[in-house]
Ligand binder design. Structure first.
Ligand code: GAL
Length: 726
């Protein structure tokens, strides 16, 4: 009874919200088979392209290549922290010009799946939440919490309102056919229970109440309420079933590779396995497949999530630079063509499934006017000859053959005819004439420092406006300390919640420690040289992106939380955690805006033989002219350690080639179940060596390149390269 009433409530809500747009042209609905656009069930092939991960100048080319690759839909998240940098201050320009992006998709004749979130995960800083949101009194993220729901609703309304005002929903003649609220909330709900359930219900009702006229989806949300479609994310989704017989089987994230984290090997996914996963999904009645990512792109600025590399290449069909990755792009295009040939049969009937062998099946979609068959071999080790409707078919291991007429094989997922193309990074010959500026280590008495009792959490101080927070204290050593005579120096131990730490004792770098995505926390433990009298301890704590996933990740800490101790003193071990500590937010060079073109006029840079090498906390600058041509450009940073890069004042992202990749990069076969740990490259080398320099950020001449180097590196090894397939 209760659930009947609930259903009625939903129906009323849907009627109320959709009646106002039903008179306008276009309509998007769905049934158990597919999304229905203007009365037609559709098999939709979709790809994720996140607008801030490329430049507006790249968008039309990327989208055209997605269209040429056989896609119908472009899927993107909406990035709240990019759009609302401070409460009520909205930004929709440049890479964050969402409306422009959607119009580019529309112009290309493709549809849009808009994943508003506003939680997005996405290896994006703080999962897309603005950092100020954490400091709203009484807030708890992604649960049944008043302040959070109010903020989430306000932003969601803002985006939906904007889309409506620009007439971007399909029902208004625009390209948006689907929206998404939340993101993979199911697992969180499972963990937190009742408040999670209440929040899901609220989010669903809030979204549906916004009357977009197009369906909403919730991914990884088995209990997606009412008309909201629950969808699958993963490397495989063939066995997924939505929570109602009236909802279509949709796959919102088919991971085409995986993201790179600093310090880890670079994952890749063989295209034979991707094609296999898609064919299996379609043969099992799936009707919507989205490649996450189709173009991954670049985490410019400080938009990368915790320990996530600047490159978000993802081994996607379009590489970070927007070039087709072969044979991936072409093989999937061939697959898409053949799936489209099957579309009339796929949308008309449910498949009949028969076994052709122990690990082989036939899925047949046969209607009065059409017939499509999928012959699959799940055996990872052996090719098999099967007989289907009296004819023999050879199936390679771990593959599906597609027969759009139930007779002829048009495609086998494991037979790749497209040629692989080796991408090269060719030096442009551009010469950098470097100047450097070395930041002397500050002390607690410098301008802009403030003093507190004890240790503080980093983000509460920086509000993530910078990666850097200095912690200073004085260590006063009496003349009678025994270690002064024995030379057995005291042991300094520092516990930090992450992510990297440079320890300076009396102005000298004593050591650097850093965590990893698996374990962001770190401990510095080293004997240090101290003198009788006052010794200056300066800790530079460095954040490397904020966590983007995990239950209540907003409560996770960064920075030196202690304990900090000094062992081997006459009185035993000193606990320094409660001492007076001075703090300074950000680096001196940041305060001086050294990254900008004009910011350094008063400063003494040095050139020629004086240019610093292998010194921590060094800023480098050089000017250069743009090389001719239109191939994408990148900086080879292999001789550098860790820091950030700017071109003409714009932040390319964090570099960290000094963090070499752990992991086992053995041979990798396309057969057998794929995981993100299965196929890896770059072991023992930099996780990320090359850094994308968007052409549109360059002037023909006089470009200013600025590099901040934290660890120490050799700028004379930096080269500007062209990415080519020649
Ligand atoms: C999914 C998530 C995406 C992205 C992906 C990994 O679980 O929904 O936003 O984080 O994992 O790349």
């Amino acid at each position: 009874m209760g659930s009947r009433l609930r259903d009625k409530g939903w129906i009323l809500l849907v009627i109320l919200c959709c009646s106002s747009i039903s008179s306008v042209k276009g309509a998007v609905s769905y049934d158990h088979k597919a999304v229905i656009i203007n009365g037609q069930r559709r098999i939709l092939l979709s790809g994720s392209i996140h607008y801030p991960r490329s430049t507006p100048e790249m968008w039309s080319d990327l989208i055209q290549k997605a269209k040429d690759g056989g896609l119908d839909v472009i899927q993107t998240y909406v990035f709240w922290n990019g759009h609302e940098p401070s409460p009520g201050n909205y930004y929709f320009e440049d890479r964050y010009d969402l409306v422009r992006f959607i119009r580019v998709v529309q112009k290309a004749g493709l549809y849009v799946h808009l994943r508003i979130g506003p939680y997005v995960c996405a290896e994006w800083n703080f999962g897309g939440f603005p950092v100020w949101l954490k400091y709203v009194p009484g807030i708890a993220f992604r649960t049944n919490n008043g302040p959070f729901k109010a903020a989430m609703q306000k932003f969601t309304q803002k985006i939906v309102g904007m889309m409506k005002a620009e007439k971007l929903f399909e029902t208004q003649g625009g390209p948006i056919i689907l929206s998404q609220i939340e993101n993979e909330y199911g697992p969180v709900e499972w963990e937190i229970g009742a408040p999670g359930k209440a929040y899901t219900k609220w989010a669903a009702e809030m979204a549906v109440g916004l009357s977009t006229g197009v369906p909403w989806i919730m991914c990884k949300q088995e209990d997606a309420p009412g008309p909201i479609i629950d969808t699958c994310n993963g490397f495989y989704c063939e066995n997924f079933k939505p929570n109602s017989d009236n909802k279509p089987k949709m796959w919102t994230e088919n991971w085409t590779g995986w993201f790179t984290e600093f310090g880890a090997a670079v994952p890749y996914r063989p295209v034979e396995d991707i094609a296999f996963s898609v064919a299996r999904f379609i043969q099992n009645g799936g009707s919507f497949v989205n490649y996450y990512m189709y173009h991954g792109g670049t985490n410019f600025d400080r938009t990368a999530g915790e320990f996530v590399a600047t490159s978000y290449d993802y081994d996607a069909p379009l590489d970070e630079y927007g070039l087709p990755r072969e044979p991936k792009w072409s093989h999937l295009r061939e697959l898409h063509k053949v799936i489209k040939l099957c579309e009339p049969a796929l949308v008309s009937v449910d498949p009949t499934v028969t076994w052709l062998g122990a690990k082989q099946e036939a899925h047949v979609f046969k209607s009065k006017s059409s017939c499509a068959a999928f012959l699959s071999n799940y055996d990872p080790d052996s090719a098999v000859r099967v007989t289907f409707w009296g004819l023999p078919y050879d199936l390679p291991p771990w593959s599906v053959s597609i027969l759009p007429d139930c007779k002829t094989v048009y495609h086998n997922t494991a037979k790749v005819y497209a040629k692989g193309v080796h991408m090269n990074m060719i030096p442009t010959g551009v010469h950098f004439s470097w100047e450097s500026y070395n930041e002397e280590t500050l002390s607690g008495n410098d301008d802009g420092t403030f003093t507190l009792n004890g240790l503080v959490e980093q983000i509460s101080m920086t509000r993530d406006k910078t990666d850097y927070l200095w912690y200073f204290t004085d260590i006063t050593i009496g003349h009678d300390e025994k270690f002064l005579k024995t030379g057995d120096n005291p042991l300094l131990t520092i516990w930090s919640a992450g992510h990297a730490l440079h320890v300076f004792v009396n102005g000298q770098l004593a050591g650097t420690v850093y965590g990893s995505l698996d374990n962001p926390k770190l401990t510095f433990s080293q004997k240090i040289k101290l003198y009788a009298g006052v010794n200056k301890l300066a800790l530079l704590s460095v954040a490397v992106g904020l966590a983007n996933v995990g239950v209540h990740f907003e409560t996770w800490n960064v920075g030196v939380l202690g304990p900090v101790s000094l062992k081997g003193m006459n009185s035993g071990t000193w606990d320094m955690s409660k001492w007076k500590w001075s703090y300074k937010i950000g680096l001196k060079g940041e305060a001086l805006s050294l990254h900008t073109v004009t910011g350094d006029s008063s400063l003494k840079w040095v050139a020629g033989s004086l240019v610093a090498k292998k010194q921590p906390l060094t800023w480098y600058k050089a000017t250069f002219n743009t090389p001719a041509g239109n191939e994408p450009l990148a900086l080879d940073m292999n001789t550098m350690g860790k820091g950030q890069i700017w071109i003409n004042g714009r932040n390319i992202g964090r570099h960290w080639p000094g963090y070499t990749a752990r992991g086992n990069c053995g041979r990798c076969s396309y057969t057998g179940t794929f995981t993100e740990k299965k196929c890896l490259s770059n072991c023992g080398e930099a996780s990320q060596r090359w850094y994308h320099v968007p052409r549109s950020w360059l002037e023909p001449s006089g470009n200013r390149l600025v590099v901040l180097e934290e660890w120490g590196g050799d700028p004379y090894g930096i080269t500007l390269v062209r990415r080519t397939n020649a």
